[in-house]
Design a binder for this molecule. Structure first.
Ligand code: 17E
Ligand code: FE2
Length: 417
């Protein structure tokens, strides 16, 4: 039995102690009695692990190397370059890339990852490699795999059959990319079929949806209508939805009412889309962000995600969700103190809700003892200081533990904290 004392638990200000036994939380509260081992957290902030609900583990580091840069900085050039590169893909390459990416994410306190996996590949190389890793690594990270038709459900010949095969192999989520199909009608029909496939295989849905600046790109409206009718909204996520940041207020307000009815979820990738979007603008230049604040106020779950680590779409990224949160709250104007006090929801609880792992997620008695410790005394300080993750604990065991950074300034006067 191990007891953590002097903890500041996110969302539970009354409790200061956490008791862990046999890999689970035994009790959360105060004066919890004796334990074999006592860890004094010194008032530091304790959160459930970070969740990165939108990543492309099969693409990681593909964009490194001479001649590989995406010159226009657009989505379309990224897809074209990937399409050429992926012809030489092997299971070993995907495995290596994914492991590197997972290591990076884990080292920043992530324990839950939803990754899209390109299935527009006759051999389903990425899916095969990642299904193996999902099982091998399940004790240290929860991986969810999206069968994602990167080159189009109709635009890539045979994608429909490949998607079905990937779902039969055990993909957790059905993906799509309607704004990349050859016409609006093809995009709509792709959504119809993907929703039907998801229902047939009893999996969730996560669509790359309107990842552009075009206010007339209305696949979000179509996706929402389809899942509203089938009562499948809470199993469904619209990722990116950048164009929803460009539509008229009157249209947005109408749609918000419909999103409230469907309870559809949203994922925004603030660094990725700040980079990719607005490329056709002169000035003012758009930020590529969906209406994060309004969707949250509307009662929909919104999570932030990394999306890329040094691939053809985005040259940066290191799995540090604090960086994503910092960028996201700036771009979304989610910076009132009351908003920042709950902003960690966007990289913890909301992602867990979207991945539908909430029954095993959170700092509550009986749940697996998964949590992280930040080098800050409360949520606001953690965000302002972009606090480091000092420890990540999974099933009661440390994935890592590090010492708090010391003030190393040489001048004595500056050595006060
Ligand atoms: N593929 C896509 O369609 N959009 C993205 N942002 C990435 C891959 C990273
Ligand atoms: Fe993506």
């Amino acid at each position: 039995m191990r007891k953590y004392i002097n903890a500041t638990i996110y969302g539970n200000p009354e409790s200061r102690e956490i008791l862990v036994e046999n890999g689970r939380f035994k009790a959360i509260g105060n004066d919890l009695g004796n334990a074999g081992e006592v860890v004094d957290l010194g008032g530091r902030l304790v959160l459930p692990p970070y969740v990165d609900p939108h990543l492309h583990l099969d693409y990681i580091f593909s964009g490194l190397g001479e001649g590989n840069a995406n010159v226009s900085g657009t989505l379309f050039e990224g897809i074209r370059r990937w399409s050429e590169n992926k012809k030489s893909l092997t299971e070993e390459i995907v495995r290596e890339r994914a492991i590197k990416g997972i290591q990076k994410e884990l080292s920043h306190g992530v324990q839950f990852i939803r990754t899209h996996v390109d299935i527009t590949d006759p051999n389903l190389t990425g899916m095969k490699a990642l299904i193996k890793l999902r099982e091998e690594l399940k004790d240290i990270v929860t991986l969810q795999l999206v069968a994602f038709p990167q080159e189009g459900f109709f635009r890539y010949k045979g994608a429909e059959q490949l998607m079905e095969k990937a779902l039969e192999m055990g993909a957790d989520v059905a993906g799509g990319i309607p704004h990349f199909e050859i016409s609006y009608e093809h995009g709509v029909e792709s959504l119809r079929r993907i929703v039907d496939l998801a229902i047939k295989y009893k999996v969730m849905i996560d669509i790359h949806c309107d990842e552009n600046d075009d206010p007339n790109s209305r696949f979000l409206e179509v996706l929402n209508a389809l899942v509203l009718e089938k009562d499948y909204g809470s199993y469904t996520t619209a990722s990116h939805t950048c164009s929803f940041g460009s539509v008229e207020n009157s249209y947005a307000n109408k749609m918000l009412g419909l999103f409230r009815e469907s309870q559809i979820n949203f994922i925004s990738c603030p660094t990725e889309n700040a980079h990719l979007q607005g490329r056709g603008d002169t000035y003012p230049k758009r930020r590529g962000l969906t209406r994060v604040k309004e969707l949250l106020e509307n009662g929909n779950h919104v999570a932030f995600a990394q999306d890329s680590i040094a691939d053809y779409w985005y040259p940066l990224g290191n799995g540090n969700m604090m960086n994503i949160l910092d960028n996201g709250i700036h771009l979304a104007h989610y910076t009132h103190i009351d908003e920042m006090n709950k902003a960690f929801d966007l990289i913890t609880y909301h992602g867990a809700h979207i991945m539908r792992v909430s029954d095993k997620y959170g700092i509550e008695a009986g749940k697996p003892a998964n949590f992280i410790v930040l080098d800050a005394q409360d949520a606001y300080e953690a965000i302002r200081e972009r606090a480091e993750v000092l420890a990540s604990i999974r099933n009661g065991e440390y994935l890592f533990k590090r010492e708090p950074r010391k003030n190393e300034l040489a001048i004595e006067f500056l050595q006060q904290s």
